[in-house]
Design a protein around this ligand. Structure first.
Ligand SMILES: Nc1ncnc2c1ncn2[C@@H]1O[C@H](COP(=O)(O)OP(=O)(O)OP(=O)(O)O)[C@@H](O)[C@H]1O
Ligand SMILES: [Mg+2]
Length: 256
């Protein structure tokens, strides 16, 4: 049983012009995700959802100014990015990065070696990757392609789930894993996430704009994220209400 606990988290982002003042994006986020739970975060563009995922993963541009993130009581903010991955945190990014010159197969094996603490035995590993790729309906030729280079939007998202499958984190943060997927890919990717949840009893933090994916991946909790904060939490019915009415009620509540 694992618990990711985020308490009163404040995060600034460094601007590209290093003389410019950092911008205050997260303004006191509170959130608890446990093994076996699926939490959906929904909120308007620019409200800070990806910032939250980067802060958890330890992206150097995102500076935690106060508050805490702990994993089973261990201080995540004290950990390097690698240590966070080894501790069982995983982030599927909204915009996965391309790594020219590094093949998918080498990348995946290095990542698995880093997370597991030893290199997977080659024979087992080849089988493991093959099975995972088959389940996710990924063409074997992708193994030899450079990481994400020239991948279509949907192909990148599928590969994020392939990593999820192979790295078996305790808590997975999925930032708009559904964006840009066609209906078939949405199903395949959702099934991948559900398999992960069943096999690993993983905790999931799913950032999304659409209730479409929530038909496949059933959230236990839905959080409305506005202006750097969780402003309301509820059950799956909250997602339906957002789909129906948008965020206006929360935005005006905030302004008033
Ligand atoms: N590296 C950066 N430099 C400057 N501003 C940034 C940076 N990263 C984030 N921001 C700003 O922080 C705010 C929150 O961005 P973030 O990406 O977290 O939003 P989001 O909720 O994920 O939005 P979306 O739904 O569009 O993905 C935005 O106004 C964004 O422009
Ligand atoms: Mg985002």
């Amino acid at each position: 049983m694992t618990t990711l606990e985020i308490r009163d988290l404040h995060v600034d982002v460094a601007q590209t012009d290093s003389d410019a003042e950092p911008i205050h994006i997260l303004k006191g986020v509170n959130l608890t995700v446990k093994s076996g739970e699926t939490h959906a975060i929904m909120g308007p563009n620019g409200s800070g959802k990806s910032t939250l995922s980067y802060a958890i993963a330890g992206h150097p541009k995102y500076q935690v100014t106060s508050g805490s993130i702990t994993l089973d009581g261990e201080d995540v903010l004290e950990m390097s990015v690698d240590e966070r991955a080894r501790a069982g945190l995983f982030l599927a990014m909204q915009y996965p990065v391309e790594v020219p010159g590094v093949s998918m197969s080498n990348f995946l094996r290095s990542a698995a070696t880093a997370v597991r603490g030893e290199a997977p035995k080659l024979r087992h590993w080849v089988k493991e990757v093959k099975e995972a790729m088959t389940e996710l309906e990924i063409d074997p030729s992708f193994s030899e392609r450079s990481v994400n280079e020239g991948f279509s939007g949907g192909e990148k998202k599928r590969h994020e789930i392939l990593q999820l499958d192979l790295l078996k984190p305790k808590i997975a943060i999925l930032d708009e894993t559904d964006s840009g997927l066609d209906v078939d890919a949405l199903r395949v990717v959702s099934e991948g996430v559900n398999r992960y949840k069943e096999r690993e009893n993983g905790g999931i933090l799913l950032i999304t704009h659409y209730t479409r994916i929530l038909r496949y991946i059933k959230p236990d909790h839905v959080h409305v994220f506005v202006n750097g904060q969780v402003v309301q939490s509820g059950g799956p019915e909250l997602a339906d209400e957002l789909e129906e009415n948008g965020y206006e009620r929360f935005l005006t509540a905030k302004a008033g």
